[in-house]
Write a protein that binds this ligand. Structure first.
Ligand code: FRU
Length: 531
């Protein structure tokens, strides 16, 4: 297979070739970060799934190892699907994953390191007591997968397996005293009507104050819990914040956290099958997500590769207690090269100006905009509940009052192609509504691509008149963080002109009100050691 370099990423993780999907079992062990991921060793489409394995000291530069888990036993002969790692007392990592058995049932298996003193944990052994959890009774054996990291509470290990009962999304709960014998609890940890299969559930505590992460078993007064699920039906992820009772083993979402389709999102774009882990090295919780291609499967095959892992994000609770915040891990900054700085630059209606002097196809941009007045904001219609539909209607070229303003990323010189990442501010009966968009419609001259106008609302107070935006631009991906990580949007785009040295970066404003760039820092990004 000849691997095409066009659109491959420089600092986002991808193997040298072939298909990847979900990040699996991320963990920190003896000073080393481990990333496993769903991988097809034989091609650029989904299939033949094994757990590929890479290790790193910083989650930015990677050393590839041989696949850690691959079909070898009856309980996983038809595939080794997603799962998680748990660090047992005595610093003993253990992996739980879904195996596809000879009847194509989804069962849960364990794997343990062959040699705990190997910091790279190269070799994994599957004990003979596998499978440790099987679907029984009325359970759906083809929708029963992706075990979470286990947590310890009330004298038991507990974990969740994603499933559905008819159309009801389910997080089945299992308990064990010894990590070997697992018993299904009578009640699921949580479930929700008409949400379909819950893939890749994730359940973890967050501290109610500060940025520090919590080990997965931490409970207590100053702790909230997060339940995240990946919805097979929409291919979007939703999370709620809520309260976990370790005695009844029930999770109840807060009344500020909409449960189901209309809930909170880590990312309003191409971000799926994510998983968090507690990084004991730096006391933080790290979130890892996968971005599928938005190219056609035929093109994926001719390129010889498909799928990337997004930049790991630190995740913590916003002071409002109503949402999470996310920010790229600080280690990413070690790849920053040449820097451009702009300050106090006004952008008038219809203007755009170029941020010159960096490699615009592979860059990190961090900008703070200042709005002088909010008076000219357009009126918000309360029926506009769907941010993506609103962005589709009010794109980057549709003139407004306050905005649209923001960045034109991966832009060709004469703007035949560009991926705008931008804000638009509306006046509402109570305060203001801020819309953030990452719009792929104008990203490529190739019309057959999937080019959605991804968008989310930003729950931000505009009292100081400031709005910030950070975008990580990497050839075929634009990963953006609005208002210090309140709203995040990832787009996959495939420009034909705005590639390599011919890609440009602009700031723009199409609102009647002048917008000032208070500060803009942009860096060329070096490539990470990835494969
Ligand atoms: C999510 C998913 C998981 C499954 C894995 C198979 O993308 O479908 O539910 O375990 O991928 O590769």
């Amino acid at each position: 297979v000849e691997v095409k370099q066009l659109h491959r990423t420089g600092f986002h993780f991808q193997p040298p070739m072939h298909w990847i999907n979900d990040p699996n079992g991320p963990m920190y062990y003896k000073g080393v970060y481990h990333l496993f991921y769903q991988y097809n060793p034989k091609g650029a489409v989904w299939g033949n799934i094994v757990w590929a394995h890479s290790v790193s000291k910083d989650m930015i530069n990677w050393k590839p190892l041989d696949p850690a888990i691959y079909p070898s036993k009856p309980f996983d002969i038809n595939g080794c699907w997603s799962g998680s790692a748990t660090i047992l007392p005595g610093e003993k990592p253990i992996i739980l994953y879904t195996g596809i058995d000879p009847q194509n049932r989804q069962v849960q298996n364990q794997a343990v390191p062959a040699n705990y003193s190997d910091p790279y944990l190269r070799e994994w052994v599957k004990p003979d007591n596998n499978p440790i959890i099987v679907p029984v009774g009325g359970m759906n054996a083809s929708a029963f997968r992706d075990p979470t990291t286990a947590w310890w509470s009330n004298g038991h290990w507990k974990l969740v397996v994603g499933s559905r009962r008819k159309h009801r999304g389910m997080a089945y709960l299992y308990r064990s005293r010894d990590f070997v014998h697992w018993v299904k609890a009578q009640h699921p940890l949580h479930s929700s009507a008409n949400t379909g299969m819950w893939e890749c559930p994730d359940f973890y505590p967050v501290s109610s104050s500060g940025k520090s992460g919590l080990e997965t078993s931490v409970l207590g007064q100053n702790v909230k819990h997060v339940l995240k699920v990946s919805l097979d039906l929409t291919r979007y992820e939703y999370y709620t914040l809520g309260t976990y009772d370790p005695r009844s083993d029930r999770y109840v979402p807060d009344n500020t956290s909409a449960d189901g389709w209309s809930g909170l999102r880590y990312d309003y774009g191409n971000f799926y099958a994510s998983k968090t882990f507690f990084d004991a090295g730096k006391n933080r919780r790290i979130l890892w997500g996968w971005a599928n291609e938005s190219d056609t499967p035929n093109n994926d095959t001719s390129k010889g590769w498909a799928g990337i892992q997004l930049i790991p994000r630190t995740v913590w609770l916003d002071t409002s207690g109503k949402q999470l915040l996310q920010w790229p891990i600080k280690e990413l900054e070690t790849l920053r090269g040449e820097k451009v700085h702009i300050s106090n630059q006004q952008i008038k209606q219809g203007d755009h100006f170029e941020v010159k002097g960096i490699t615009a196809a592979q860059a990190d941009v961090d900008v703070t905009f200042r709005l002088s007045s909010l008076d000219t904001a357009e009126q918000f219609d309360p029926s506009w509940v769907d941010a993506q539909a609103l962005c589709g209607q009010k794109g980057s070229t549709v003139q407004g009052g306050i905005g649209p303003f923001g960045l034109l990323t991966l832009a060709s010189e004469n703007l035949e192609e560009y991926t705008p990442v931008f804000f638009r501010v509306f006046k509402a009966s109570e305060g203001h509504v801020v819309l953030m968009c990452s719009d792929a419609r104008s990203s490529s001259l190739r019309r057959e691509l999937y080019r959605p106008s991804f968008a989310g609302f930003v729950n931000v107070n505009l009292a100081d008149g400031k709005l910030s935006l950070r975008s990580l631009i990497d050839h075929s991906v634009v990963e953006s963080f609005g208002a210090q990580g309140k709203t995040c949007i990832t787009s996959r785009v495939y420009p034909t002109l705005a590639v390599f040295q011919d890609a440009h970066l602009y700031a723009f404003n199409n609102g009647s009100e002048i917008v000032t760039i208070e500060n803009l820092n942009a860096w060329s990004m070096k490539s990470g050691q990835i494969s």
